[in-house]
Design a protein around this ligand. Structure first.
Ligand code: UDP
Ligand code: MN
Length: 297
C-alpha cells in the first residue's frame, strides 16, 4: 500500500500558474494515513478505471439481503437502479438472499449481467437478520459466488443508486465512510466500548467510522472479513452481549486491525436527510428514509 501521495499544496496546484489541479479536492481528505486513496468525485478518471476493469475481464458480485418486508419495500428499486449505475459495461452477478425466492421481482438485466437467488432462513429479530449476513456471506464466498466473482460488493437493500458506481470503487478491500460521522471528532465516533465485546475499540483507537451498508473487496479479503465478523458476533452471543451497532461494530473493528486498501467518500452512500453539503457533489447511493415502525416487528 502507500500509493497515494500526501496532499501537499505543491501537488494540488500547477507549479507555473498556481492554478488548482483539475483532479484536486483540497477541501477534503483524499488519502488515509496508511496511504490508501479516499475517493471523492473528481479525484479519479472513471474512464481509466473502466478500461482497466474491462481489460481484466472481471466479474463483479453484488450481494444484497431482502428478508421480510424489506423485499417488497426496497429490492426492486435497488436492482433497477443498480442496472443503471452499478458497474455499467462490466460482467455482474447479483446475489439476492431472501427467505422467499418466489417473491423476488423480475428485473430485466443488461447483457453480461445475471441474478441468483439464495434462500436463507428468516431470523426473528431485525438485528439477527442484519448480523446473520456475515455468516451467510462467508459461506457464499466459499461457494459459487467465490468461484464466479473476482470482486464483490456487499450492500444493504434500503438504498438506491443515484449516480455512477463503477470500477473506480474496486480494490483488494473497500470501506465506506459513514455519512453521519465523517466529520466527527474521533472520540465521539460510535465504536463499541464494552471491553467484553470482541468489537471493542479503546479510546484513541479507530481511524474512521465505516458504514456496513457498503463494503467490498476481493473474494479472499472478504472471506477474511466475514470470518472475523462472524466469529466476533458468535463470541459476543456466547457471552450474552450484542455490540452497539451489531455487525457494523465488528466491521469497524476488522478495518481497524486490517486497513482497507480503498475508502469511499460519503458521496458513495449518502443520507439525503443531511441536506446539501458543498463537499457532496454527486451522490452514488442514497439511503431510503428510515421507516422502522413499518419494517421492524
Ligand atoms: N435486512 C432485511 N430484513 C430485515 C432486517 C434487515 O432484509 O428484517 C437486511 C437489509 O438488507 C437491510 C440490512 O439487513 O438493509 C441492514 O438492516 P437495516 O438497513 O435495517 O439497518 P440500518 O441500515 O438501519 O442500520
Ligand atoms: Mn440500512
Amino acid at each position: 500500500m502507500g500509493v497515494c501521495p500526501s496532499a501537499t499544496m505543491s501537488l494540488l496546484t500547477d507549479n507555473f500558474t498556481g492554478a488548482l489541479h483539475p483532479w484536486a479536492r483540497p477541501e477534503v481528505l483524499t488519502c488515509t494515513p496508511w496511504g490508501a486513496p479516499i475517493i471523492w468525485d473528481g479525484t479519479f478518471d472513471p474512464d481509466v478505471a473502466k478500461q482497466e476493469a474491462t481489460q481484466q475481464n472481471l466479474t463483479i458480485g453484488l450481494t444484497v439481503f431482502a428478508v421480510g418486508r424489506y423485499l417488497e419495500k426496497y429490492l426492486e428499486r435497488f436492482l433497477l437502479t443498480a442496472e443503471q449505475h452499478f458497474m455499467a459495461g462490466q460482467r455482474v452477478v447479483y446475489y439476492v438472499f431472501t427467505e422467499r425466492p418466489g417473491a423476488v421481482p423480475r428485473v430485466a438485466l443488461g447483457p453480461g449481467r445475471r441474478l441468483r437467488v439464495e434462500r436463507v432462513v428468516r431470523e426473528r429479530r431485525w438485528q439477527d437478520v442484519s448480523m446473520a449476513r456475515m455468516r451467510t456471506l462467508h459461506a457464499a464466498l466459499g461457494g459459487r459466488l467465490g468461484r464466479e466473482a473476482h470482486f464483490v460488493f456487499c450492500m444493504d437493500v434500503d438504498q438506491h443508486f443515484s449516480g455512477t458506481f463503477g470500477p473506480e470503487a474496486l480494490a483488494e478491500s473497500v470501506a465506506q465512510l459513514h455519512s453521519w460521522h465523517y466529520h466527527w471528532p474521533r472520540w465521539l465516533l460510535p465504536f463499541e466500548r464494552d471491553a467484553h465485546s470482541a468489537a471493542v475499540m479503546a479510546r484513541g483507537e479507530g481511524d474512521f467510522y465505516y458504514h456496513a451498508a457498503v463494503f467490498g473487496g476481493s473474494v479472499a479479503a472478504l472471506r477474511d472479513l466475514t470470518a472475523h465478523c462472524a466469529r466476533g458476533l458468535a463470541w459476543d452471543r456466547a457471552r450474552g452481549l450484542e455490540a452497539r451497532w451489531h455487525d457494523e461494530s465488528h466491521l469497524n473493528k476488522f478495518f481497524w486491525l486490517h486497513k482497507p486498501a480503498k475508502v469511499l467518500s460519503p458521496e458513495f452512500c449518502w443520507s439525503p436527510d443531511l441536506g446539501p453539503r458543498a463537499e457532496i457533489r454527486r451522490p452514488r447511493l442514497l439511503w431510503a428514509p428510515k421507516e422502522y415502525r413499518l419494517l421492524r416487528d
